[in-house]
Design a protein around this ligand. Structure first.
Ligand SMILES: CCCCCCCC(=O)SCCNC(=O)CCNC(=O)[C@H](O)C(C)(C)COP(=O)(O)OP(=O)(O)OC[C@H]1O[C@@H](n2cnc3c(N)ncnc32)[C@H](O)[C@@H]1OP(=O)(O)O
Length: 209
């Protein structure tokens, strides 16, 4: 079912409320992985969540929010799994464009646990994939990830600040390479990535039409 907004409804206000809901769900997910509530309490909370899920599904979209330009002209993808403020799966990652490339201050959560007390390697790879892709896109050569190579140097902690950075390194035809790192704030590298991004032939053809 596709949502129909009432005439005059302020979509930006609704999206802001949705972002607050998504943040609450992130906190719910941490609460789920950390709770020691007894079985009765867990069952009771689950019943409430079933009811809440049904309420939201009463006005269900066919797919998550798409990439778009916000009213202030900035690009956003509120439904994205990494950066989407309205997607509870996202940190969400807030990326700044720096003279060197892309940078994001981030803090992983208990929900991201892989090895005990540290972040799952696939989660770190996902963040680096997006950061590298962002650096490539802001260089004017947007593409899809073709290859991504990760070197895990030290476990990544959650619950404390870390920094993600990425920059393009070279380009050739439709291919662009980028490197990136997740580091401690003092610069200690934890995870390093290098990726090849390819501008799909379909995008090139569409742009020349
Ligand atoms: C700001 C937003 C940031 C977003 C960051 C998030 C990035 C992502 O997660 S993207 C999702 C993951 N990636 C994908 O799903 C990509 C899936 N693959 C595809 O769509 C296509 O295979 C795609 C686009 C990579 C290439 O398709 P196409 O444009 O038809 O390439 P094609 O013409 O066959 O090949 C072009 C060149 O790239 C090479 N190539 C193609 N695919 C790959 C690959 N996976 N690895 C290495 N090289 C490749 C080819 O060998 C060819 O090289 P050469 O010119 O030297 O002969």
């Amino acid at each position: 079912m596709t949502m129909d907004l009432a005439p005059g409804h302020d979509e930006e206000t609704r999206l802001a409320a949705l972002a607050v809901l998504a943040q609450q769900v992130r906190e719910l997910m941490d609460a789920v992985v950390l709770t020691e509530a007894d079985e009765d309490e867990v069952t009771s909370v689950t019943a409430e969540l079933v009811a809440l899920t049904e309420r939201l599904n009463d006005a269900r979209r066919e797919r998550p929010l798409m990439p778009e330009f916000a009213p202030d002209g900035t690009f956003r993808h509120l439904g994205n799994a990494v950066t989407g403020a309205c997607n509870p799966h996202a940190l969400p990652l807030v990326i700044e464009h720096t003279p060197e490339g892309s940078q994001a201050d981030l803090e992983f959560r208990p929900t991201h646990e892989g090895p005990p007390n540290s972040v799952h390697g696939g989660v770190s790879a996902m963040i680096l994939d997006h950061l590298l892709g962002h650096a490539v896109a802001t260089s004017g050569r947007a593409g899809m990830t073709g290859t991504l190579t990760i070197r895990y140097r030290q476990p990544v902690p959650y619950g404390r600040p870390v920094v993600g950075t990425a920059a393009t390194t070279r380009a050739e035809g439709r291919k662009t390479w980028a490197d990136g790192t997740i580091s401690l704030p003092d610069g200690t590298p934890l995870v390093e990535a290098t990726g090849l991004f390819i501008t799909p032939s379909l995008w090139v053809e569409a742009a020349s039409d």
